[in-house]
Design a protein around this ligand. Structure first.
Ligand code: P6P
Length: 320
């Protein structure tokens, strides 16, 4: 069996990128230990402060952010970093070849109920602009050199792509991430969808029609029954899509604060879109391929429809 380190070498990943990924994964192990210990580590509950999104931070949001920030800034490979929990870009090593963005703990509302949460991360080559310039992250998702997440679930698992297949690793008690799925593959058709149905009245008519057709199942135009799941954490829903197929949707809606969807382009949609596409799936904003979206600002949101390629096509066709 391969460890993530030996697999990165087999995949001929550049040594400086390999070092960066391993630094990030070392930090993830520290986070995983605190997640696993929960109340015993004193990491549950609110941090009684808000982030740039106006969301009340959980203690573990802040702790995970600090662990990742400290590890990455100590790495010579990171010129700058961006985080869901940081208002601005944080400058690192001026000579660092890469910039890193992350959601340190996606799905925070799941923390206190012991449900799935995870760290989502993405890596781009640094640009020849000021290290702490937001321009470092004004790169479309197709420019990512690496994308992944660590899912803190019943087992701690890493999904990772460096431009090749999306691979899955499982953290063992020896502290190693062992390769457990060398090539994740999403079937083009599916019978499972994930959406927060409580937003239904806020969706555009074509989105409502698409979901109603799934709900009609074999008694409607789709001619087959569908099942529904909603994890409350993108990392958990996308992991299910990568492992057993399906479609995940957080579409645009008419609520002012999330009219352009709720998920953030830089450190949620883009890394997940790369993982999904490298597994044979599709990832759309409803209007265009997510990896083609030109970022306008650091924490911008984007509608996300990703997963089984034929099902994503079915959704986007309904919008033409
Ligand atoms: P809702 C978590 O807060 C998150 O950003 C994603 O991980 C998740 O898919 C979504 O929001 C859940 O949103 O509106 O269902 O609470």
């Amino acid at each position: 069996m391969q460890t993530v380190e030996s697999q990165l070498q087999r995949d001929q990943v550049a040594p400086d990128l390999r070092e960066l990924v391993l630094t990030l994964l070392q930090a993830s192990k520290t986070i995983a230990d605190k997640v696993r210990r929960g109340a015993l580590a004193g990491v549950l509950g609110s941090a009684a402060q808000q982030n740039v999104q106006g969301e009340t931070q959980k203690k573990l949001d802040v702790i995970a952010n600090d662990i990742l920030k400290q590890a990455l800034l100590a790495s010579g490979q990171v010129r700058a970093l961006a985080s869901e929990e940081e208002d601005q870009v944080v400058a690192g090593n001026a000579g660092g070849p890469y910039v890193v963005a992350f959601d340190p703990l996606d799905g925070s509302s799941n923390i206190d109920i012991n449900a799935q949460i995870g760290t989502i991360f993405t890596v781009y080559r640094a640009l020849d602009v000021a290290p702490d310039s937001p321009a470092q992250f004004a790169q479309p998702g197709r420019a990512q050199v690496c994308a992944g997440y660590v899912l803190y679930g019943p087992s701690t698992q890493l999904a990772l792509t460096t431009g090749g297949p999306s691979r899955l690793y499982t953290l063992d008690s020896d502290g190693q991430y062992w390769l457990t799925e060398p090539e994740l593959t999403i079937a083009p058709d599916c019978q499972e969808y994930a959406i927060n149905i409580s937003n239904q009245r806020h969706w555009a008519p074509d989105t409502q029609a698409y979901i109603q057709a799934l709900q009609a199942g074999s008694e409607g135009a789709r001619g087959k029954d569908f099942n529904m799941r909603w994890n409350g954490a993108m990392v958990g829903d996308v992991h299910r899509v990568l492992v057993r197929g399906g479609i995940f949707l957080y579409p645009a809606n008419t609520q002012s604060n999330i009219h352009n969807g709720k998920l953030r382009l830089l450190y949620e949609a883009n890394p997940m879109a790369m993982l999904v596409e490298q597994a044979g799936g599709k990832a759309s904003s409803g209007v265009q391929r997510i990896l083609e979206v030109q970022p306008e600002h650091l924490h911008q949101r984007v509608p996300v429809i990703l997963g089984a390629s034929n099902e994503v096509d079915e959704f986007t066709a309904a919008r033409r």
